[in-house]
Design a protein around this ligand. Structure first.
Ligand SMILES: Cc1cc2nc3c(=O)[nH]c(=O)nc-3n(C[C@H](O)[C@H](O)[C@H](O)COP(=O)(O)OP(=O)(O)OC[C@H]3O[C@@H](n4cnc5c(N)ncnc54)[C@H](O)[C@@H]3O)c2cc1C
Length: 465
């Protein structure tokens, strides 16, 4: 192992607190932080948005682009915005990808567009009274937009774990699927690791950015290659398939040989944090067939020691959705049921939703959150101007496209992509995914890696420039 370089990396760790210390300047804050929860009425806004992430910020920016006189405010619990898309390249230590690449100051869009921003955490929503309660006080609204993203479902995935054990595992094996300190914790663990294996356990059910765990495997293998760390990246895959599987596997084999090992039908049972061991169950062929000729699978208990573990637990909608008592889908994710093909919720005509919590059959991604945010802003703007807006009820299909890039190699940089065409007629949404091959006949290409960087620059300047 190249000790000099790795020691230098360890010393050079950047504190997230230092980066996150940026304050929101120029924001029309709605009230004073620190007042008793549920106490003081801080103000009232025509449109109040919960969540200043990719979806919520897009709604706010676009409402003010359409009409600067609209009275809009965002409630966001974090001081700064940190992007999840492309953040795996930070783990891979690709050129120019450091913490600063992903952290943005809310001051720029707030000053440019002139909406209000309250830095506080939403703790309750009273739809009857049209009031949102935050840790800083209460805010009234005429129209409410929810874009609070996801939460981790430890209790659903590991019902026998105590809260203390779940918290201990979360600290030791950060999922890093919600922006903030977890990404930094994971990166620091990688920097400090010795020779040995990394385990990435992928979630099951619906989750944000389905290719993300598999892109992460490639970027961690890239980091280990660069740092000459002897060991493998074991990816525990819950089922037989995963997003862009053929493309990821082709790239992994070509670029990293046998460094990335995909362990299919494997689900985590427990983590021994002190012993740095993951215990999991893998379903393997039993050698016997059932009466239809299908192989009978048997459960085998296994354990694997790790140097670094990234346990990506299952996802569910942010608790904000529950606070709003909205109708949700029956699955464990509990996405918000929508009123046909609009971004108005099925439960309440004055409550809209965008981003990962939306119950539409569109892929949960930053790209779709931004697209949905623009559509939602159009819907609300038409309503505020007393006009009708017919996108969701046209008789001809409306088409939109989503593209999701993943970096699979660092030297040279190469990327893969999946495109989703989604369309609807009336209340029916259809989505179709496609993973194209490059002219070389391989899935990955340098051009796609360049497109990934261009996409990231474009989407973040759309939000923050
Ligand atoms: C590793 C990784 C890689 C990804 N790569 C891609 C990619 O390449 N392309 C792509 O398109 N997408 C990608 N995504 C997905 C993308 O980041 C999400 O789909 C997108 O951020 C969803 O937007 P959102 O507005 O729903 O949620 P978020 O962007 O998560 O925003 C939610 C906001 O709400 C705030 N909030 C939550 N609860 C409260 C509360 N109670 N009070 C106040 N504020 C609150 C949060 O602090 C947050 O700022 C990736 C995700 C991950 C994790």
């Amino acid at each position: 192992m190249n000790m000099n370089r790795r020691d230098a990396l360890k010393v050079g760790a950047v504190s997230v607190a230092a980066v996150a210390a940026t304050t929101i300047s120029g924001c029309a804050e709605t009230g004073t932080a620190g007042a008793a929860a549920g106490g003081k009425m801080l103000g009232h806004h025509k449109v109040l948005i919960i969540g200043g992430g990719m979806g919520g910020l897009t709604v706010a920016n676009n409402l003010k682009k359409i009409d600067k006189n609209f009275d809009v405010a965002i409630i966001e619990k974090n001081d700064t915005f940190m992007a999840c898309p492309v953040s795996n390249t930070y783990l891979g230590k690709l050129e120019g990808m450091n913490l600063g690449t992903f952290v943005f100051d809310y001051a720029a869009p707030v000053e440019k567009y002139g909406y209000g921003m309250l830095k506080s955490e939403v703790i309750a929503i009273d739809r009857a009274a049209k009031v949102v309660t935050t840790a800083a006080g209460r805010v009234g609204y005429d129209i409410l937009v929810l874009s609070p993203g996801i939460a981790y479902n430890y209790e659903g995935q590991f019902p026998t774990w105590s809260k203390a054990h779940a918290a201990e595992v979360k600290r030791a094996c950060p999922p890093a699927m919600i922006s903030g300190g977890e990404h930094v914790a994971l990166e620091r663990q990688l920097k400090n690791m010795d020779d040995g294996d990394v385990i990435i356990a992928a979630p099951f059910g619906k989750f944000r950015c389905p290719p993300a765990p598999y892109e992460r495997a490639a970027m961690i293998a890239e980091f280990m290659r660069k740092e000459d760390i002897q060991g493998k990246v074991y990816v525990l895959v819950p089922g037989a398939k995963f997003a862009k599987m053929a493309a990821f596997k082709e790239s992994a084999k070509d670029i990293y040989g046998d460094k990335i090992v995909y362990v299919h039908h494997a689900k985590v049972d427990d983590v021994d944090v002190k012993g740095k061991t993951v215990h999991f169950t893998q379903m393997v062929p039993s050698g016997k067939k059932d009466e239809d000729g299908d192989m009978i699978m048997k459960a085998v208990k296994k354990s694997h020691k790790y140097q670094v573990c990234n346990l990506i637990v299952n996802h569910k909608s942010s608790p904000v959705v529950q606070m709003a008592t909205l109708q949700t889908t029956a699955d464990a994710f509990k996405k918000v049921k929508m009123a046909g093909c609009t971004f108005q919720t099925a439960t309440d005509k004055d409550v809209y939703a965008v981003g990962d919590i939306v119950g539409h059959a569109i892929p949960p991604s930053g790209q779709t959150a931004v697209w949905a945010g623009k559509q939602c802003a159009l819907e609300i703007a038409h309503r505020l101007h007393g006009k009708s807006y017919t996108l969701g009820v046209k008789t001809t299909p409306v088409k939109a496209a989503n593209v999701c890039f993943s970096m699979v190699g660092g030297a040279p940089e190469e990327g893969i992509m999946v495109t989703h065409d989604f369309s609807w007629t009336g209340a029916v949404i259809k989505g179709k995914g496609h993973v194209p091959k490059a002219p070389s006949g391989k899935f990955r290409s340098k051009n796609t890696a360049k497109a990934l960087r261009d996409w990231y620059r474009g989407i973040t300047s759309d939000l923050f420039a």
